[in-house]
Design a protein around this ligand. Structure first.
Ligand code: SF4
Ligand code: SF4
Length: 136
């Protein structure tokens, strides 16, 4: 079983198709959607984590590409700029996964763990210094 995070881009031609249904039903994949913005007859995107057997995941991704869905790995959606971070701590209570957290209680130094980030964007709204940004 493997688990990977993806950014899917849907053109307006394919945005109404039940792609996620097919990933689950036809490829036996587990899908966890973190964020999506898709409207009928318009372009959209979705950030999701897909889990399953390696071969099933490979086939599921090939299916999406066959359907003209843009598939990219979503590891760099949120960027934390350590230079801009003043270590104020305002984001900590807003981060649901503790991707932003205190590294060392002695120094109260804050770190960003990209692996733990689910790209909910809460930190962007709650950082007064613009240290957190998103490519989306
Ligand atoms: S985007 Fe969400 S999960 Fe990621 S660091 Fe910011 S608050 Fe935490
Ligand atoms: S709110 Fe912004 S400046 Fe404050 S600790 Fe979090 S990332 Fe750093």
């Amino acid at each position: 079983m493997i688990q990977k995070k993806f950014l899917l881009n849907f053109s307006k031609e394919v945005s109404e198709q039940p792609h996620i249904y097919h990933l689950v039903k036809d490829y036996d994949l587990i899908v966890n959607i973190f964020r999506a913005k898709i409207t009928d007859e318009a372009e959209g995107f979705m950030i999701l984590e897909i889990s399953g057997e390696k071969d099933a995941l490979r086939k599921g991704i090939a299916y999406l590409r066959d359907q003209n869905v843009g598939v990219g790995e979503a590891e760099k959606g949120v960027v934390w700029d350590e230079e801009r971070c003043t270590q104020c701590g305002n984001c900590l209570s807003h981060c649901p996964t503790h991707a932003l957290r205190i590294d060392d209680p002695a120094t109260m130094h804050i770190i960003f763990d990209a692996e733990a980030c689910i790209e909910c964007l809460a930190c962007i709204k709650n950082c007064p210094y613009g240290a957190c940004t998103s490519v989306f």
